[in-house]
Design a binder for this molecule. Structure first.
Ligand code: FES
Ligand SMILES: [Fe+2]
Length: 397
């Protein structure tokens, strides 16, 4: 018996998740936990969308490199001899060992297994004892290269060689972030290994731009400076690749710490209006940001499996912020104030993940304070339905 959920009716049912928020349903629970759907989602989303892999500042000198992955696909990010940031598959063209892991500085990448060696530009430079191999020419062999785009200092890659550029579809976010000057921001990264999270990536992604839970789950003297009923959702351009919500604050220059006011220097170009609100921004499927007047917190997600993801966090402040002798104390106070809030978010993420696996999970309805979910749904449904129609066109559906 064929128990697949992958039918025309299932994909048509997504339409009701992309309606106006007053009418929309949440996505079917199977979109979060069905292994067959996850395999489909890799093709529909992760092999086509722009995926964040880091910040420009992570690579300083030619030869600097680091490795990461998305949906189990290893990625090597490197600054080449000309200073350009490039991304490759580090899978050796011989027998598939990884030619680079971790991070460092290299003049070339030598595969540890049989010592095939590749340039910073991905060309095979040498392969020992291959002189008796017929029709073998090192000049024909390169590491597969991925498209790279830099947006506000974030490095994105795309596995699809025909991908459309990202920035033209992020104009709304570029404009609302212009006065934060993120290209020149000072970065502080979370120390230690990134955290592995045991839930579907959409559970986390939805949580990160959900004005509805602010005063409920996080209700208390800190988070209440950014109340749910002061959330608002801009009209975004068609085909936008990102979305955001404004959240007005109860007072100007608000920040999450025991003083409830900015501790780090305020981004100097912010207008009075910008100093009176926070922004919650998303570039699905891998980047979220939370902007306040003195600091932007980002999370970069890597999806490892249907119920597995990794979150890399960091913070961006105005240049020179770290010169203050009290910087360490101030930024640590900001970060530490948010830790209990993160813990509350993680607890409900786990709870939602468990609930979605229940036979009794249903498609729910939205509050007006959840406008971000509709933007995510529209983006997802566009990708899901396009990939499903393409699959059917190929006779695979
Ligand atoms: S697998 Fe890389 S040289 Fe053999
Ligand atoms: Fe939260």
């Amino acid at each position: 018996m064929n128990n697949t959920i992958m039918t025309d009716a299932f994909f048509a049912s997504f339409d009701s998740s992309a309606l106006d928020i007053s009418r929309a349903d949440t996505l079917p629970p199977q979109c979060y936990n069905d292994p067959e759907f996850f395999e489909f989602e890799k093709d529909a989303i992760f092999y086509r969308a722009w995926l964040v892999v880091g910040r420009v500042g992570w690579l300083k000198e030619p030869g600097d490199y680091y490795t990461t992955s998305h949906v189990d696909e290893p990625i090597l990010v490197v600054k080449d001899r000309e200073g350009a940031i490039r991304a490759f598959s580090p899978v050796c063209r011989h027998r598939a060992a990884l030619v680079a892991e971790g991070k460092g500085n290299a003049r070339s990448f030598r595969c540890p297994y049989h010592h095939w060696t590749y340039s910073l530009e991905g060309r095979l430079l040498g392969a020992p004892a291959m002189d008796r191999t017929c029709d073998f020419n090192t000049k024909d062999i390169n590491l597969p290269e991925f498209k790279v785009e830099i947006w506000l200092g974030f490095i994105f890659v795309n596995f699809d060689p025909d991908a459309e550029p990202l920035a033209p579809r992020l104009t709304a976010l570029s404009e609302v972030l212009a006065n934060y000057d993120l290209n020149s921001a000072e970065e502080r990264r979370m120390e230690g290994e990134p955290r592995k999270e045991p839930w579907n990536w959409k559970v986390r992604f939805e949580n990160s731009n959900d004005g509805y839970h602010a005063n409920r789950l996080h209700g208390g003297p800190v988070h209440d400076i950014c109340p749910s009923d002061l959330a608002s959702f801009p009209v975004l351009p068609a085909q936008t690749a990102g979305y955001f919500r404004y959240n007005q604050n109860t007072h100007a220059d608000a920040s999450f710490n025991p003083t409830l006011k900015a501790l780090l220097p305020i981004f100097p170009k912010l207008t009075p209006e910008e100093r009176h609100r926070m922004l919650f921004l998303c570039v699905p499927p891998t980047l979220t940001m939370f902007a306040r007047c003195d600091m932007i917190a980002y999370s970069m997600f890597s999806v490892d499996g249907v119920s597995e993801m990794t979150a890399r966090q960091g913070w961006l402040a105005t240049p020179g912020a770290s010169k203050d002798p009290l910087y360490e104390l101030k930024i640590t106070t900001n970060i530490n104030t948010s830790l209990p809030i993160f813990a509350q978010d993680r607890a409900v993420d786990l709870s939602v993940e468990k609930g979605l696996r229940s036979r009794f999970a249903c498609r729910g309805r939205y509050s007006w304070q959840e406008g971000g979910q509709i933007e995510l749904n529209k983006w997802l449904v566009d990708h899901y339905q396009a990939a499903w129609n393409k699959r059917k066109g190929n006779g695979l559906g």
